[in-house]
Every structure is written in structure tokens, then in C-alpha cells.
Design a protein around this ligand. Structure first.
Ligand code: DX5
Ligand code: ZN
Length: 217
């Protein structure tokens, strides 16, 4: 098994000190930067869009992992790719049907970026199944999307194990990432359950960036 990917969530970045903080993430061993896009409609919070991503992409060569928590995400795919996105993750709840969602995902893959799928913690896994054979990433939400700093929901451990089993059973080749409430303790649990990548926001930025990333690695 290759080394775990740590993906700090830029939702918790100190934007007055972006340059220094991103450099510190790189040196500490983060491989991806997780970028949470929120529109105030799909979730009750507004974060940032392609313009800020473009500026971030000028500061780093790290892999830019974009998580779209917005309605009509297909409208913004090109803008995020132009801004430097390496991977775009969609919520199943953003699409009226899986048929349409799969179509959006297949079109996005053709544009040369990696594509992920995710769902809210309580969305039935059946709604995610139609996407699994197409995607590069399955993102398991371990909090309700919308805000950083929430507590990890243990129910997500089961979901991770289900995706691990489905991958083996069907020879899918997605990575599994987990997002929400990740710290040293919950990080250990999800690694044991089989994740490939850890998204962590408040834990990484609240104290010592280097120490936090080391503890997740
Ligand atoms: C929540 C976002 C997360 C968030 C995680 O909607 O998807 O990426 O930044 O934050 P923490 O690690 O603080 O739970
Ligand atoms: Zn996220």
C-alpha cells in the first residue's frame, strides 16, 4: 500500500498568510490541496470560486482537489479547469438523475482532469453505485457538507469499508478519500478502514501545520 495522501482543506487556510502557509504544507509532505466550493444554495455557506483557485494555483504545484458543493456544477467545470483544478469531485445530490450525472462525469473526464464522486453522509450508497466504474476518486463525507470544524461521524467508517469491498469485487480503480473531522485519532481509524487520502482542515491549520501533517502521515 502506498503512503497515505494528506489533502489539507484550504477552507481553513489563513488567507492573509497564504504564501507562507502553502509553502509549509508542501515542505511538511501534503500532496494534494483540497478546495471546497460552496454556493450558499447546495449548502448553507459560501466559500470561494475559480478566481481564488487560480491565484492558489500560482502559489503551488501541488495537486488541486476541487470539491464542488454547488447546484448545477456542470456549468462551472470549464472555469475550474482553467483555474488549475487537477481533480473535480461532484455530489450525487447535485444531479436530477444518475444518468445525467454520469454523463457530466464522462464529459469532464474527456477534458483531461480526474473526477470524483461524493454524497452527503446519509445519502443511500445505491445513489453512488452507478458512478463507481467511471471515477478516479470516491470521497466519503464524514460530516454534513458546509462547514469546517465539525465532529467526525463514525457511520462513515462503514461507508469506507463498503467502497473498499466494492472496489475489490468489481476491480474498480478509484482512490478513497475521507472529508470532515479528521485529526490524529480519527485519521488512524479511517486509515485502518482503508482510505487512500485524508482531507483535513481545522486540524491542520489550528496549531502546528508541520506537526499535524506528520501525525496524519
Ligand atoms: C466540509 C468540507 C471539508 C472541510 C473539512 O463541507 O468539505 O473539506 O473543510 O474541515 P474539517 O477538517 O475542519 O472538518
Ligand atoms: Zn471538502
Amino acid at each position: 500500500m502506498s503512503e497515505i495522501i494528506v489533502a489539507p482543506s484550504l477552507l481553513s487556510l489563513d488567507y492573509t498568510d497564504s504564501k507562507t502557509q502553502i509553502k509549509r504544507l508542501e515542505v511538511a509532505g501534503a500532496k494534494w490541496l483540497h478546495y471546497d466550493v460552496m454556493d450558499g444554495v447546495f449548502v448553507d455557506n459560501i466559500s470561494f470560486g475559480p478566481m481564488i483557485l487560480k491565484q492558489m494555483s500560482k502559489l503551488t504545484d501541488l495537486f488541486l482537489d476541487v470539491h464542488l458543493m454547488i447546484v448545477k456544477p456542470e456549468k462551472y467545470v470549464d472555469a475550474f479547469i482553467d483555474a488549475g483544478a487537477d481533480q473535480i469531485t461532484f455530489h450525487v445530490e447535485s444531479f436530477d438523475s444518475a444518468e445525467y450525472g454520469v454523463q457530466v462525469i464522462r464529459e469532464t473526464i474527456k477534458k483531461g482532469v480526474k473526477v470524483g464522486i461524493t454524497s452527503r453522509p446519509h445519502t443511500p450508497i445505491e445513489e453512488v453505485l452507478p458512478y463507481l466504474k467511471y471515477v478516479d476518486l470516491v470521497l466519503v463525507m464524514s460530516v454534513e457538507p458546509g462547514f469546517g470544524g465539525q465532529s467526525f461521524m463514525p457511520i462513515s467508517l462503514e461507508r469506507i469499508q463498503q467502497y473498499v469491498e466494492l472496489r475489490a469485487l468489481n476491480q474498480y480503480d478509484y482512490l478513497i478519500s475521507v472529508d470532515g473531522g479528521i485529526n490524529e485519532e480519527t485519521g488512524k481509524k479511517v486509515k485502518k478502514a482503508g482510505v487512500d487520502a485524508l482531507v483535513a482542515g481545522s486540524y491542520v491549520f489550528s496549531e502546528d501545520i508541520e506537526k499535524a501533517i506528520q501525525s496524519l502521515l
